[in-house]
Design a protein. Sequence first.
Length: 379
Amino acid sequence: MNVWGPLSTKREPNDKLRKMEKTLKVVIAGGGTGGHIIPALAIADELKAAFGAEVLFVGTPRGLESRLVPQAGYPLKLIEVGQLKNVSLLIRARTLLDLPLSLLRCRALLREFAPHAVVGVGGYASGPAMGAAVLSGIPTLAFEPNAFPGLANRLVGKRVSAAAVNFAPAAKYFRNAEITGIPVRKEFFVLQPRPAGAPPHLLVFGGSQGARALNTLMPQIAAGLLAAVPGLTILHQAGARHADATLAAYQSSGADAARWQVHAFLDDMPRRFEAAGLVLSRSGASTVAELAAAGKPSLLIPFPQAADDHQRKNAEVLVAANAAAMLIEAGLTTEVLRSTLIGLLGDGPRLAKMAEQARTLAHPDASRRIAEMVRRIAR
């Protein structure tokens, strides 16, 4: 018997069937950054819409989940657990001391909520929750957005029931892995192609917090870049903390003020992607998934302090598919960045090929496939 019904094309669950049968209950654990929690919320929405699932999130007070999950209308339980990677010995020792307590707290939460499955999305809370689920015999699904899994997912990878990964290289770290992609807003998949002969437009996107390297280097090359590429315009998202300084640097650069804009944040990112002929950005998992969905050529500069250098590994997958170019931040000079951008912006056929290849890496049905995997293991 199919306890939670088939995956309907309708988004409203069958209320009569739900009353007759047990409600699917799922814990989603992890977070910390938007790259973890935004896809997690998309998975929760799909579980709720497709199966009428009851979803509980487990996270930490310091992660973005403490704000975004309640805003989305889902309950959130908090545990205390910190970092083990790229931190001081004191913080690492404190985290190791907290781990047994966080594991016990998670086991208590699981006994109380009695989920049919636990989904780990990576981040601080994912490890203890997934470990508690494995010890309790509860089916588990690991979601891994990066080409190289984070520590929490590597620790439980061979003990989970199944895994949903974004990049093929990550699959070897898990049992029963499927390449599902990352849930991305549907608007990214339906962007209109840029008109033939449209003037070049560069979107500089450092993520919600901005990217210091991009904020520092771009104003230094803006005047020369605009002079070398006729008709070019630049839209630069600098992040709230760096927007004023970045704006001042552009203003003092001598670059034509009519051809560039600096913003702390950009609204309607699908529309911003649509207008761009080339995207200059970091290579976080959500960013590269959006680039693929939008079919956009990109120049990627991985964040060098990312855990396990996962941003570089993400970028390497796109580069190997001829969907992007990459520059390493260490030793990056203004001349190298300027000449690389000039070369890309002046090579229309290459940009078109990169866009075509980017689309081959897109996964428009990621949310549906991940929700179906959760339903499947929960049986």
